[in-house]
Write a protein of this length. Structure first.
Length: 152
C-alpha cells in the first residue's frame, strides 16, 4: 500500500487499533480530579446505553410501533455512532490531505470545507499547540473565543 494511503488510513482509524495508541494521562490530571468528570466516567456504560435505547423510544413515540422503536434505536444508536466517529476521525485523515492552508503550522493540517460540513469545525483550529492557545487566551481575554473563567 502506498505511503499516502497508509498515512490516510493510519490518520483516520489506524491510530485507534495500533499498538502505538496511548492514553495521555499526564495531560488530563485536572480532569481526573474533577468529581463531575469522574462521575460521568464511572457511569460511562449508562450514557452509552441511554444514547442507544432512548432514541428507540423516540421512534416508538413517533411511529407508535415496534418497528418505530427499532428504527429509532438503529438510527440513534449504531448509525449515529458510526457517523460521529467517522466525522471525528476525518479531522485526522481528510483534513491532512485535502483543503487549504491559510497559515504555516508544524503539522500538515488544513482547513477543509468537507470536514467542516460533516464535523462542524475547522481542522486547523482544533489542534492549536498549547503555547499558541495560551497566547490566544491572553490576547483575546475580553473579546475573543478563548475567554476563560479566569479572565472575567
Amino acid at each position: 500500500m502506498g505511503g499516502a494511503i497508509r498515512g490516510f488510513i493510519q490518520g483516520h482509524v489506524g491510530w485507534v487499533v495500533s499498538d502505538a495508541y496511548c492514553v495521555y494521562v499526564d495531560y488530563v490530571r485536572d480532569l481526573r480530579r474533577d468529581p463531575v468528570v469522574r462521575w460521568v466516567d464511572r457511569w460511562y456504560w449508562l450514557w452509552v446505553a441511554a444514547g442507544w435505547i432512548l432514541p428507540g423510544f423516540v421512534g416508538l413515540a413517533w411511529y407508535g410501533t415496534g418497528d418505530g422503536y427499532w428504527a429509532g434505536f438503529f438510527a440513534g444508536g449504531p448509525l449515529r455512532c458510526l457517523w460521529q466517529l467517522n466525522c471525528t476521525w476525518a479531522v485526522n485523515s481528510v483534513a491532512h490531505c485535502f483543503g487549504r492552508r491559510r497559515f504555516e503550522t508544524r503539522e500538515d493540517s488544513r482547513n477543509s470545507v468537507l470536514v467542516n460540513a460533516v464535523a462542524m469545525g475547522w481542522a486547523t483550529k482544533v489542534r492549536v499547540p498549547s503555547s499558541n492557545l495560551i497566547a490566544a487566551r491572553a490576547a483575546h481575554a475580553t473579546t475573543g473565543p478563548f475567554r476563560s473563567s479566569t479572565s472575567r
